[in-house]
Design a protein around this ligand. Structure first.
Ligand code: GAP
Length: 517
């Protein structure tokens, strides 16, 4: 089993993540969070909400910020007037290019298929009747050995015939009918089974009300951001905010992804944690840099190592037409480096679109601005847009660890204590001599303040292993000495180090070591 398979197996076995509606065979791209998973995800969302919004101090500029600012929250409906999605450009443009294989009946995102040839030498012209091969992957990213794998035998026999074999990517082959006609799709026997790429809108459609017709069409939101933009005026009118300020929202988003993959990484239903930060155009570059660095640092503070966490600035050609800058926070997942969060300077594009389409004036009026000409304006928007499920997956990948304790391999989830689903487990060493009673008393005291577990079944070593696998940072054991002097053993998950402390001090110890959430 590779690392990812081991993690998936642990998540299923320990109740972190289950396939959705599993007893009916599941639903591709949908996942359920089990008893431990739901706590992890709630802790991630709570940490985000506290660190970005509710605990933010608006009276002073945080380190690295161009100034002080206010943060407020919103919780918008998932269904909105479809005019929102017309104005935002999602009805016309939120699509991925898709190709179908008529032979295997599989569907692919065109940009996730690589077409290549087996040439005798680089740059040799295509021979009459020469076959091309399509493989799942991304040009420049997927190793050649992986692309070649399904056609290894053919490559071997060509090597014998020609003396050498060179894997050469054929760019834009799927757009060209003649090249498609000689391309063998993944798992197909005959060439020519792939269709031309077609635009596939990713929004899920539904109907509002009892009658189905064009006028009843509604969409499940594909991002939480638009709910913030269409409420911009409501917030300005009611929350007494002044620019610069940010509005945050956590909520479900839905995308009919062509190829959900890599476990929960690309799902059809997922949760976003988005901020739309409104500032003056002149200040937008400085705020963009602030949010990019601040969001990167947030993941580091919660345990992602900088060796696997990268900030990738987009170059001009990658930017959406409305964005003037964008960076991805990328994490090196076991399946390759992939986007955790995007931070973009969206200019005034969204507010302008909604102002034009709705006919409502969405400009901000700054009554304290001394220069009259600068009082009324459309602010620029910096958008840090994160996924709660991707964050959960990255934290799980980073935390998964196998080490050796007492000559045995143990599996441990080294989650940051703030994110760990269960903060402390309480055990009586044995089920006699009053130990369970004393342990239950401590457990009940802790339970009112922390997510705690109580376990009296099995050998103490096995109970520790169970909590290590669940990611519980601390275990407290009540033994014979507890009856004499009231002390207990506190064991730390990562180092397995143990210390004795008074049972009455455990809550204070946990408060100090677990952090805010
Ligand atoms: N409002 C901007 C926006 O939605 P995005 O890059 O499409 O931008 C932002 O999405 C974040 O949402 C991503 O960085 C990712 O964390 C999460 N996300 C997007 N699509 C996802 C999917 N299919 N499954 C899980 N998370 C997804």
């Amino acid at each position: 089993m590779d690392r990812m398979e081991k993690l998936v197996s642990l998540c299923k076995r320990r109740g972190y993540i289950f396939p959705s509606s599993e007893i009916y065979g599941g639903l591709n791209g949908c996942w359920d969070y089990g008893p431990l998973g739901v706590e992890l995800k709630r802790n991630i969302k709570a940490a985000w909400w506290q660190d970005m919004i509710s605990h933010h101090d608006e009276t002073a500029a945080p380190p690295g910020a161009p100034g002080s600012y206010t943060m407020v929250g919103l919780d918008c409906s998932i269904l909105m007037n479809p005019a929102v999605w017309q104005a935002s450009g999602h009805v016309g443009g939120f699509s991925d290019p898709m190709v179908d294989c008529r032979e295997t009946r599989s569907r692919y995102r065109a940009d996730q298929l690589v077409v290549y040839r087996l040439a005798a030498a680089p740059g040799t012209p295509l021979a009459d009747g020469e076959l091309l091969f399509a493989a799942p992957g991304e040009a420049g990213k997927t190793p050649q050995a992986d692309l070649l794998e399904p056609h290894r035998k053919r490559a071997e026999s060509l090597r014998k015939k020609q003396g050498s074999v060179h894997v050469e990517i054929v760019p834009d082959a799927l757009q060209d009918a003649a090249l498609r006609a000689r391309t063998i799709a993944p798992g197909a026997k005959e060439p020519g089974s792939l269709t031309a790429p077609r635009a596939f809108n990713l929004m899920f459609k539904t109907h509002v009300g009892a009658l189905e017709g064009n006028s009843s069409v509604a969409y499940l939101r594909p991002e939480t951001a638009q709910g913030i933009f269409v409420n911009f005026k409501n917030v300005c009118d009611t929350a007494r905010v002044r620019i610069p300020f940010g509005i945050g929202q956590i909520g479900k988003a839905f995308r009919n992804e062509i190829n959900p993959r890599n476990y929960t990484f690309r799902s059809r239903e997922f949760e976003q944690m988005e901020i739309e930060f409104f500032c003056r155009a002149d200040d937008a570059d400085a705020w963009y840099r602030y949010w990019r660095d601040r969001r990167y640092q947030w993941y580091v503070e919660l345990g992602l190592g900088t060796a696997k966490l990268h900030l990738r600035e987009h170059d001009r050609s990658e930017l959406a037409h409305y964005a003037s800058a964008c960076a991805d926070v990328e994490y090196e997942f076991p399946f390759g480096p992939s986007e955790l969060e995007g931070i973009a300077n969206r200019t005034d594009f969204d507010l302008r679109q909604h102002m034009d389409a709705s006919g409502r004036d969405l400009q901000f009026f700054d009554d304290q601005e001394p220069d009259k000409d600068r009082r009324r304006y459309l602010p620029y928007v910096i958008e840090p847009s994160a996924g709660a499920d991707r964050a959960a997956l990255a934290f799980l990948c980073e935390a998964y660890c196998e080490d050796e304790v007492g000559g045995e391999t143990r599996t441990v989830l080294k989650l940051h204590p703030r994110l760990a689903p269960v903060k402390v487990a309480v055990f009586p060493l044995v089920k006699k001599d009053g130990m369970p009673e004393r342990a239950l008393e401590i457990y009940r005291r802790l339970r009112s303040r922390f997510n705690a577990a109580y376990d009296e079944k099995g050998a103490i070593g096995r109970r520790y292993r169970r909590q290590d696998e669940a990611g519980t940072p601390y275990c407290v054991t009540i033994d014979g000495q507890t009856a004499e002097d009231g002390t207990v053993t506190l064991r730390e998950r990562d180092s397995c180090a143990q210390q004795r402390l008074p049972g009455t001090s455990v809550a204070a110890f946990l408060s100090e070591h677990i952090g805010a959430a």
